[in-house]
Design a protein around this ligand. Structure first.
Ligand code: 5GP
Length: 192
């Protein structure tokens, strides 16, 4: 998606450790006009699949998922990062290794909001090593529901998550795929 690539080139900051900072338009301050275009593009890309619910993970996925949901006319469920997992059986839970915070979170979704007839579109801001997506996919499958597709704003194509998800036969669409980035020069290139 050209608009997103241009914005990453203009305002993205490459940090050491393969981290791309996009706080000025996506992860802290949010450019809603841009999110709106992203939502429209997700709808176009997934127009041929059945979706009755969008799922994301707090915090950064929520804004993008909500704007996209207005085009799909479906609710958004977000997985919560829990301090401790209650084991009363009311939640689906999994563990996710955070790429940016270098720690493992317990992540939960109430059983009330997922059912076996759900056709889920998973949306998130970034795809790096794929841990967040693996956790979300586990939760969808634990509910007996189906992953209809996965929509990512920014995939870092030089990390393993994209290949891992595609090799599982899942439909993954990323709006921008960063092919390489250099924290010394600030250079960013995209895959097309
Ligand atoms: P993964 O689980 O695929 O390794 O990492 C994806 C998650 O880590 C995303 O939900 C995102 O919040 C965060 N993340 C991974 N890489 C980056 C990055 O380069 N920049 C930012 N801002 N977040 C990232």
């Amino acid at each position: 998606m050209k608009l997103l690539e241009e914005r990453i080139q203009k305002d993205g900051i490459v940090k050491a450790g393969n981290v791309l900072k996009v706080d000025s338009f996506l992860n802290h301050q949010m450019d809603i006009a841009l999110f709106n275009e992203m939502g429209k593009e997700f709808k176009r890309l997934f127009s041929d699949v059945e979706v009755n619910k969008i799922m994301t993970i707090e915090a950064s996925g929520i804004g993008i998922a909500c704007i996209a949901a207005q085009y799909f006319h479906v609710p958004v469920v977000f997985a919560k990062k829990a301090q401790s997992v209650n084991i009363d059986g009311e939640v689906y839970s999994t563990k996710i290794q955070s790429f940016t915070h270098k720690r493992v979170y317990d992540v939960i979704v109430s059983k009330k909001y997922l059912s076996p007839d759900d056709k889920i579109l998973i949306i998130d801001d970034f795809l790096a090593n794929g841990c967040a997506l693996e956790g979300l996919i586990d939760i969808v499958h634990a509910a007996g529901a189906q992953v209809s597709g996965i929509g990512i704003a920014i995939e870092k194509g030089f990390q393993k998550g994209g290949d891992m998800i595609r090799s599982r036969g899942l439909r993954l669409e990323s709006l921008a795929i960063v092919e390489s980035m250099d924290d010394q020069t600030g250079a960013i290139t995209f895959r097309h």
